[in-house]
Design a protein around this ligand. Structure first.
Ligand code: ATP
Ligand code: MG
Length: 356
């Protein structure tokens, strides 16, 4: 079999991003040759340090190389300055926009054997809703009023529901291949507040329903949940969910909430997905409080590398990485300090590479 070569951009960014992204590169390089995968890496810059050095947080070159040359990428973290800095805005938000990375995918999963097992994926629409950032403030006789546009389109709602359906099918396939899971069937839960916002969330809801009615999703059960009761149930009965699809703002809130259910931020991966490009990104930030000490947990990044591979249709390679990480966690001997252990980043990476 001819080897498939994947070109992967590496964007460490700031803080512990510089410590964990090299780990992501190493796990890809350590995948067994029998998988028929080769990797070419391109180092790319973005972030606050880049801004201080060059005057821009997201150089055009980074965007162009990702767009024209890369199949995937790993993005570390960028620090947010404590005071607003003139001319600086988050490069990851800009990147999502410029590359039309329309889906933010966040799997939330407990280690095998956990007292309350959770295994779900939150699929958050990434391009519109209140994040179009069209706000205005005006004066009235009673004082100032501020308002923001919440924009929901059929196109964005349809493609986010479609990718949620595809993820549900892929998870079904992975389970059928004998991987243990707490779920029986593929299920997509559509989250909205259309009882109040009948036009915007109403459009999201009906469009998502239509997209998931496609015959290729005939094995996928579809349900709806109003976002407030979704939060309640997410905490009371997280095992009830398989794939959750939500507009941007609800998805943002739900995915941080769900991450809290499984412990450290250092464990939770994500992917930003568009046409022909998937960028893996750990959910944590630049963690200035622990940077430079060599103790950052690399697992969120290793899992983000695996998630990126899933969207490049390399499920087998992804499964290898997940299994090696799970083995490290269930044994529990080499854990980083955020998980109550004393291991350094380097020791955790070495242990997981050894298990590949
Ligand atoms: P930023 O502004 O870049 O988001 P932050 O101060 O909000 O930085 P986060 O990175 O969001 O910091 O982290 C929040 C907390 O979780 C910090 O105490 C940090 O040390 C811890 N943390 C985050 N990621 C990891 C990790 N990979 N390993 C260990 N601890 C982590
Ligand atoms: Mg943070």
């Amino acid at each position: 079999m001819a080897a498939r070569t994947l070109r992967i951009g590496l964007i460490p960014g700031d803080g512990i991003g510089k410590e964990v992204i090299p780990a992501g590169r190493r796990i890809l390089e350590a995948l067994p040759a029998s998988l028929g995968l080769k990797f070419e890496f391109v180092n790319l810059s973005a972030g606050f340090e880049t801004f201080e050095q060059t005057g821009t947080a997201l150089p055009d070159k980074t965007v162009a190389i990702l767009k024209l040359e890369c199949d995937g990428a790993l993005f570390g973290a960028v620090s947010s300055p404590t005071h607003p800095v003139k001319g600086y805005s988050s490069p990851i938000v800009a990147l999502r926009k410029k590359l039309d990375l329309y889906a933010n995918v966040r799997p939330v999963k407990t280690v095998l054997g956990a007292a309350k097992p959770i295994d779900m994926v939150i699929v958050r629409e990434n391009t519109e809703d209140l994040y179009v950032k069209e706000e205005r403030t005006y004066d009235t006789p009673e004082g100032k009023v501020a308002e923001a546009i919440k924009r929901i389109s059929q196109r964005a709602s349809s493609r986010i529901a479609t990718i949620a359906g595809e993820i549900a099918l892929r998870r079904q396939k992975i389970r059928a291949a004998g991987n243990p899971s707490i779920h029986k069937g593929p299920l997509v839960t559509i989250t909205h507040k259309s009882n109040v916002l009948s036009q915007t969330d109403g459009l999201f809801r009906t469009t998502a329903r239509e997209a998931l009615a496609d015959p290729r999703f005939s094995s996928v059960a579809v349900e709806e949940q109003i976002v407030d009761s979704m939060v309640y149930k997410l905490f009371r009965q997280p095992e009830a969910y398989d794939v959750i699809v939500a507009p941007n703002l609800y998805g943002d809130i739900l995915s941080d909430g769900a991450a809290a259910l499984v412990g450290s931020l250092g464990l939770v991966p994500s992917a930003n997905v568009g046409e022909g490009l998937a960028i893996g990104e750990p959910c944590h930030g630049s963690a200035p409080d622990i940077m430079g000490q060599g103790i950052a947990n690399p697992i969120a990044t290793l899992r983000s590398a695996a998630l990126m591979l899933e969207f490049l249709n390399e499920e087998e390679a992804a499964a290898r990485i997940y299994a090696a990480v799970d083995a490290n966690l269930s044994e529990g001997k080499l854990l980083s300090p955020d998980l109550g252990g004393t291991a350094k980043t380097e020791e955790v990476v070495a242990d997981i590479l050894g298990r590949l």
